[in-house]
Design a protein around this ligand. Structure first.
Ligand code: ARG
Length: 458
């Protein structure tokens, strides 16, 4: 007789919309291999406590592997009562090996510890891929920075020209955000890698399964030390979503910079065709859709984080079906995060950089700080030199010329400490090279930044 896994105490039928509403197989089937792995380990643990004979264990493992293969090849046929991946796999297992053996798999186990285990296993695999994609992104930025250090451009604050910097310095500023994202993600891993299996429905396992054995089998770093916590905790998902939100915030900021730099008005960079799209009406358009989507995905991922926090808020202890709502936000965040990292890597690897345009944007006023510093080096207090330099800027503005077009006499009139060597201030290269304190844009300090980042990638 066909019946729902939990059908024993029921006499009435499920409402059709409720059936649909409850069913998670459509999205949780992507955890099929984690579910099979978890079940194989659990079958072994059951054998060790005498629930399964050795022969039953091998039949069970063979059956589970066969179910796994059906998923891999696309042959798996879901049935209407397959509520989720766990019920689907168990139902199929019993069809393949008979329910007299298959029916023993769930002894002492609950979908509550099962699903929490599957989610963690699944996420651990994904995080491994994400770590390597993030490293690739950082690597591409660092490689460009290494090659393009001759290019100087204005650095901006408030999007107003501020001081000259090297293009590499700009790139590395973003790489450094991603470097800390990498560190943060690696720090979340031990908290994902906590094994709930053996927590049962909520009150633990009555057959004394060896949970340390289970953890070893499934490569978990530690055990859920409390069964109620084990089935009810989803903080690892929140942490991942928080991580993703912050990382996407960094993604959004570099995207915004590059979108602005790719306008005709700036013309500092041009995206490759591979990462741009056109307009359906304006033939001349080449739009930075890749970067705009990266910026846009940030809102979506942040939304998953905020939304799932709302799901958790006010839940009573242990498992509640609300927790099934962990999947879609997590899966979507993982998919979009993974894609975003690869797209960002591609955009940055292939974009054209126009050093001459950056050079042209370097107006002499970005050396006004250097002009003030010149007088500082002659012993004048900075607060005074700031004013003097400001007056030079105003004078140049009034004469509709650049700071280096003012005569040495003009400068001497502005302050007695100005000498003929004031002309040496008007050199962008010299300006960035003077900034050689650790963290600055000089060649030497770029070398240091690059080696620090490379070390983080090892
Ligand atoms: N599909 C469920 C989920 O994703 C599995 C756990 C169901 N447990 C239960 N007691 N109904 O959360």
């Amino acid at each position: 007789t066909k019946q729902k896994l939990w059908g024993g105490r029921f006499t009435g039928k499920t409402d059709p919309l409720m059936h649909e509403f409850n069913q998670s197989l459509k999205y949780d089937q992507r955890m099929h291999s984690a579910d099979i792995r978890g079940s194989i380990a659990y079958a072994k643990a059951l054998t060790r406590v005498g629930i399964l004979t050795k022969a039953e264990e091998s039949k069970m493992i063979e059956g589970l592997k066969a179910v796994g293969r059906e998923w891999e090849t696309g042959e798996f046929k879901a049935e209407p009562d397959d509520e989720d991946i766990h019920t689907a796999n168990e139902r199929r297992l019993s069809q393949l090996i008979g329910s007299d053996i298959g029916g023993k798999l769930h002894t002492g186990r609950s979908r509550n510890d099962q699903v929490a285990t599957d989610m963690r296993l699944w996420l651990l695999d994904e995080v491994e891929d994400i770590v390597s994609s993030l490293k690739n992104l950082i690597r591409v930025i660092v490689e460009r920075a290494d090659k393009e250090r001759d290019i100087i451009l204005p650095g901006y604050t408030h999007l107003q020209r501020g001081q000259p910097i090297r293009w590499s310095h700009f790139l590395l500023s973003h790489a450094l955000s991603f470097r800390y994202d990498l560190e943060r993600l690696q720090q979340v891993i031990p908290r994902i890698s906590v094994l709930p299996l053996g927590s049962g429905a909520l009150a633990g396992n009555p057959f004394n399964v060896d949970r340390e054995f289970l953890a070893k089998e499934l490569c978990f770093q530690s055990l859920a030390e409390n069964s109620m916590w084990g089935v009810g905790d989803r903080d690892f998902i929140v942490e991942f979503l928080m991580w993703a939100s912050l990382t996407m915030t960094h993604m959004s900021r570099i995207s915004e910079d590059l979108i602005i730099y790719s306008t005709a008005e700036f013309g500092f960079v041009k995206l490759s065709d591979a990462y741009s799209t056109g307009s359906s009406i304006m033939p001349q358009k080449k739009n930075p859709d890749s970067l705009e989507l990266l910026r846009g995905k940030t809102g979506r991922i942040f939304g998953h984080m905020a939304g799932f926090m709302m799901t958790l808020k006010g839940l009573p202890s242990t498992y509640n079906k609300d927790l099934q709502e962990d999947k879609e936000p997590l899966f979507d965040a993982v998919d979009n995060m993974s894609a975003s990292l690869k797209i960002a890597e591609g955009v940055i690897a292939t974009m054209e950089v126009y050093g001459d345009k950056m050079r042209q944007a370097l107006t002499m006023d970005v050396l006004a700080t250097d002009l003030a510093d010149y007088l500082v080096r002659k012993g004048v207090p900075f607060r005074e030199t700031h004013h003097v330099s400001g007056r030079a800027v105003a004078l140049a503005e009034a004469q509709n010329c650049q700071l280096n077009d003012l005569s040495v006499d003009d400068y001497k009139k502005l302050h007695e400490k100005f000498g003929d060597d004031v002309t040496q201030v008007f050199d962008f290269e010299a300006s960035v090279e003077r900034r050689m304190a650790i963290g600055g844009p000089s060649r030497k300090t770029l070398d240091r930044q690059i080696s620090v980042l490379r070390a983080a990638l090892e």
